[in-house]
Write a protein that binds this ligand. Structure first.
Ligand code: ZN
Length: 277
């Protein structure tokens, strides 16, 4: 961010060691440097405008990059992952339900055979003793099969129950994440609306201040803001406080001799430059 004071040219001469040149009061450093002298009221207005513009920039940044945006993204990601988990658990449940239905049908089939053969056995009409023994063996085999199937069915039902509990848990998590997501989303929306309102308010205050300043200065100020700069900067030394560009010793000393309300333009970033009073 070019708005923070910095001095990239660390070895630059400090204002306390001036070169042996005699500054000419009121002289322009270059032809490209349109100077003008502000009134004290205009100076105050410009300082206020710098302040408002910085505040606008910070609010604009917050508006465009909501603090909770990463949190919302994280919740959206979690919601998606939970949705996938829900699908896979639901698939497991469907498989187990099919398995259980098949086991129940198989048990029913065995029981039907047991009932049929028990009836034949009880009837006994035209059966030899060997037939009877054979029938009894068959019934016992069916009963053994039923016991085996029932054991498998029980295990399958237990797995189904576990999967259903898991599904309920996943669904509860989805509800929680959805609710939290809505809260965060609403929070972001409300904050953005509030910031937009504040930005509008600051914008109209800025317009009022600009109306009290020379149009040429306002044009340069806005040009620098459009480039991402602060518009104007108060100089604390021979460097542009907007972009860091070093101001030559000669120019700086010429400026030092001028009226404190004389403004210049940075040769590098065209920011309006005002000396500290
Ligand atoms: Zn500059």
């Amino acid at each position: 961010m070019p708005s923070t004071p910095r001095s990239p040219t660390a070895g630059s001469p400090s204002p306390s060691s001036p070169p042996p040149s005699t500054p000419i009061p009121g002289s322009n450093a270059t032809e490209r440097d349109p100077t003008m002298i502000l009134t004290d009221a205009q100076r105050s207005t410009l300082l206020e405008l710098i302040d408002l513009t910085a505040r606008s920039r910070a609010l604009r940044h917050e508006h465009d990059h909501p603090a909770d945006a990463p949190k919302l993204q994280e919740l959206i990601g979690r919601h998606k992952a939970l949705g996938e988990e829900k699908s896979s658990v639901a698939e497991v449940i469907a498989g187990l339900e099919t398995e259980n239905a098949e086991l129940s049908a198989a048990i029913e089939k065995q029981n039907a055979q047991i009932a049929k053969k028990t009836a034949e056995l009880n009837d006994g009409t035209g059966l030899t003793s060997r037939d009877l023994v054979h029938l009894q063996e068959e019934i016992a085999a069916h009963e053994g099969k039923v016991a085996e199937l029932e054991e498998t069915e029980l295990e399958s039902m237990e797995r189904l129950e576990t999967a259903q509990t898991e599904l309920a848990g996943v669904e509860a998590s989805i509800s929680e994440v959805t609710a939290e997501g809505k809260t965060v989303q609403t929070g972001i929306k409300d904050r953005k609306a509030a910031l937009a309102g504040e930005l509008d308010e600051l914008g109209s205050q800025e317009s009022q201040l600009k109306a009290d300043l020379p149009p040429d200065l306002v044009r340069r100020f806005e040009g620098n803001v459009a480039q991402g700069g602060p518009g104007a900067a108060v100089l604390t030394g021979p460097n542009c406080q907007a972009c860091g560009q070093e101001i030559s010793g000669m120019t700086w000393h010429a400026w030092l001799a001028e009226d404190v309300n004389e403004v210049h333009a940075c040769e590098e970033c065209e920011a309006v430059l005002l000396r500290r009073s």
